[in-house]
Design a protein around this ligand. Structure first.
Ligand SMILES: Cc1ncc(C[n+]2csc(CCOP(=O)(O)OP(=O)(O)O)c2C)c(N)n1
Ligand SMILES: CC(=O)[C@@H](O)[C@H](O)COP(=O)(O)O
Ligand SMILES: [Mg+2]
Length: 640
């Protein structure tokens, strides 16, 4: 019989952490181990769900340190964008559901107030955290919720106007507030802009700053030098650029740069500033996006977003596809137009890959601008380019265009400037959920005088719409298309310029006409097949334009059919509402026309697959079929 020594592995520390309060019992050494386990758990979870990986891996140590030092949920940690919050979710009572991230009924991929008291402020769009944290800080000062407010904002998000509006206000108000600038020298793509260069200079020069600079700033926070953490902090502060930074000029105490992966630096620093800060403090931490997972660290996007993957190899699951993505169709069509017209320029707000403009940047680098996360500026910059005689394509996701709405109205539409808005991710987007749904652009653009609003029914239509936009010099024009792949239709050699305000009849039928605006057309055609089998033959129209409407076509259909149904991938107030107004104005309803609108429901739809979301929104083929039968008064056998 052999004598065996039992080497039972110690219980992972993560298993003992159910809530952040459990971190208070851990030694600093144990916190190191916890960070390692948290990183492994994050990688494992995202390998199963897909999602935002790189940003979370970059803030593992920061997450541990913040939760170890601050007292959440009394203290509020506000993660900017929220795409880096998976480690935070694991530490705040959601580990048991972490493998449901971004799936139907599962955890959101962002922070969400309704999900946890540890998510004091929801996000998804960037650069809101400092404003929100300042709101919490001032609420506290005025007798509202107690506790500290800590905004954690990335270098990419820091480039947005909103972040500076908040710094400006916070520096003036002068109240205790913490901003952690998580500088990983990455946005989704490599960051652009002068601010990014400034931050890089700060930490390139930081280690060589001398003590006299320190004396001006954060050294004032230090407790008595006999306290061990403070001594460590003081040593570190010697090497930091604490005086004379932009942030100091704005009224913040600046501390940094500090290695955001070194808990031996982070913990004492945070403890010290928490104990001593009286006003606004900006802590500049330098991290690596994708830290600790080779495939992410090596990837061009540092693992920003990933499909499910094999942890050992990093190989991502790829869905098979027979059709190109709308984004790539747009990008190729734009490059084609740009190759024949050197006044065509393109603008993206930090989404060169997401909008496909990387292709334009490769072919025509001088005519393609990545302005950083700055949608408002992107719109007005495009307006200026148009006023200066260029033909700008301002390519934004529908959801991010929301941030530039006043600029669309005030700088573009009122001046009738020919900015071409290429609106990607129109409609429901899936796993990113409600914050990223492209639900409102039809309504908020089509109500603007002089704005032309188109939606592509398929990828061939998109090519024509790019050509139409390129040719349209009379005023602003927008065309929208969804996330994901096209339908696999035959592609035209070259885009044709469409007649403004004219739709196309796809199938002539009788009794009921379905007016489709955008890519629901495929579902409409599926519904038509089912209806034909029931002996109902609907007319199907691809409206192409929500503004101007094809009045002649719509009125003809209304007068020759018993019923008319509109369908669009947008909220109420868009295409269907405009058609309703036309019909009402022309007295068509007086003649007894039956009319229905199929729009997104008046709710914010949570993350799921796009197909499931449209099913829940009752906008799939069976719903269209049902709507047609209902409006015609035909009894429908109950749906399976
Ligand atoms: C208003 C807005 N525009 C664009 C985006 C898309 N977006 C999400 S994360 C991101 C990059 C953020 O970079 P950074 O703040 O440095 O965070 P990191 O991913 O590097 O941690 C971008 C452009 C967004 N979420 N919100
Ligand atoms: C967090 C964020 O806003 C982006 O990363 C977004 O998730 C990108 O979405 P797409 O995958 O549609 O480009
Ligand atoms: Mg970054």
């Amino acid at each position: 019989m052999t004598h065996e020594t039992s080497h039972r592995p110690a219980t992972p520390i993560l298993d003992r952490v159910h809530l952040p309060s459990d971190l208070k019992d851990l030694t600093d050494r144990e916190l190191h181990q916890l960070a390692d386990e948290l990183r492994a758990e994050t990688i494992s979870a995202v390998s199963v769900t897909g999602g935002h990986l790189g940003a979370g891996l970059g803030v593992v140590e920061l997450t541990v340190a913040l939760h170890a030092v601050f007292d959440t949920p009394r203290d509020k940690i506000i993660w900017d964008v929220g795409h880096q919050c998976y480690p935070h979710k694991i530490l705040t009572g959601r580990r048991d559901r972490i493998r449901t991230l971004r799936t139907a009924g599962g955890l959101s991929g962002f922070t969400k107030r309704s999900e946890s008291p540890y998510d004091p402020f929801g996000a998804g769009h960037s650069s809101t955290s400092i404003s929100a944290a300042l709101g919490f800080a001032m609420a506290r000062e005025l007798g509202g919720d107690p506790g500290d407010a800590v905004a954690v904002i990335g270098d990419g998000a820091m480039s947005a106007g909103m972040a500076f509006e908040a710094l400006n206000n916070a520096g003036d108000l002068g109240k205790r507030l913490f901003v952690v600038l998580n500088d990983n020298e990455m946005s989704i793509a490599p960051p652009t802009g002068a601010l990014s260069r400034y931050l890089t200079r700060l930490y390139a020069e930081g280690p060589f700053q001398d003590l006299k600079a320190v004396a001006k700033g954060a050294v004032g926070f230090l407790p008595t030098p006999l306290q061990q953490g403070a001594r460590r902090a003081k040593e570190m502060l010697k090497g930091m650029a604490v005086g004379g930074t932009l942030f100091e000029e704005l009224g913040f105490s600046y501390i940094g740069p500090v290695d955001g992966h070194d808990l031996d630096q982070l913990l004492p620093l945070l403890r010290t500033v928490k104990a001593r800060a009286a006003g606004p403090v900006l802590l500049h931490v330098v991290t690596k996006k994708g830290k600790g997972y080779g495939p992410a660290e090596r990837a061009a996007d540092k693992g920003h977003a990933t499909a499910k993957f094999d942890v050992q190899t990093g190989t991502q699951a790829k869905a098979k596809s027979n059709a190109p993505s709308y984004t790539s169709v747009f990008a190729r069509a734009l490059v084609d137009q740009a190759s024949r017209d050197d006044r065509i320029v393109a603008v993206t707000a930090a989404m060169p890959d997401g909008t496909g403009l990387n292709l334009m940047a490769e072919r025509f680098p001088r005519r393609c601008f990545d302005v950083g996360i700055a949608e408002q500026h992107a719109v007005t910059f495009s307006a200026g380019l148009a006023a200066g005689g260029m033909k700008p394509f301002c390519a934004l996701y529908s959801t991010f265009l929301q941030r530039g709405y006043d600029q669309v109205v005030h700088d573009v539409a009122i001046q009738r400037l020919p900015v071409r808005f290429a609106i990607d991710r129109a409609g429901l987007v899936g796993a990113d959920g409600a914050t990223h749904a492209g639900a409102y652009d039809i309504a908020f653009l089509a109500n603007l005088p002089g704005m032309v609003v188109m939606a592509a029914a398929d990828e061939a239509e998109l090519v024509h719409m790019v050509a139409t936009a390129a040719a349209h010099d009379e005023g602003p024009i927008a065309f929208r298309y969804p996330r994901g792949e096209g339908t696999g239709v035959e592609m035209p050699e070259r885009g044709e310029v469409l007649e403004i305000g004219k739709g196309r009849v796809v199938a002539e039928g009788k009794r009921v006409a379905i007016l489709s605006f955008g890519t629901r057309l495929a579902e409409v055609m599926r519904a038509r097949e089912a209806l034909l089998a029931r002996g109902v033959n609907p007319t199907v129209v691809d409206a192409r334009f929500a503004k101007p409407l094809d009045r002649d076509l719509i009125l003809r259909l209304a007068r020759t059919h018993e019923a008319l149904i509109t369908i669009e991938e947008g909220a109420v107030g868009g295409f269907g509402s405009l058609v309703a107004q036309l019909l009402a104005d022309e007295g068509v309803f007086d003649g007894g026309l039956r009319f229905r609108q199929m729009v997104l429901p008046d709710t914010f739809i949570d993350h799921a697959s796009p197909e499931a979301m449209y099913r829940d929104a009752r906008m799939s083929a069976p719903d269209i079929e049902e709507k047609v039968l209902e409006v015609l008064g035909v009894a429908l056998a109950k749906r399976a």
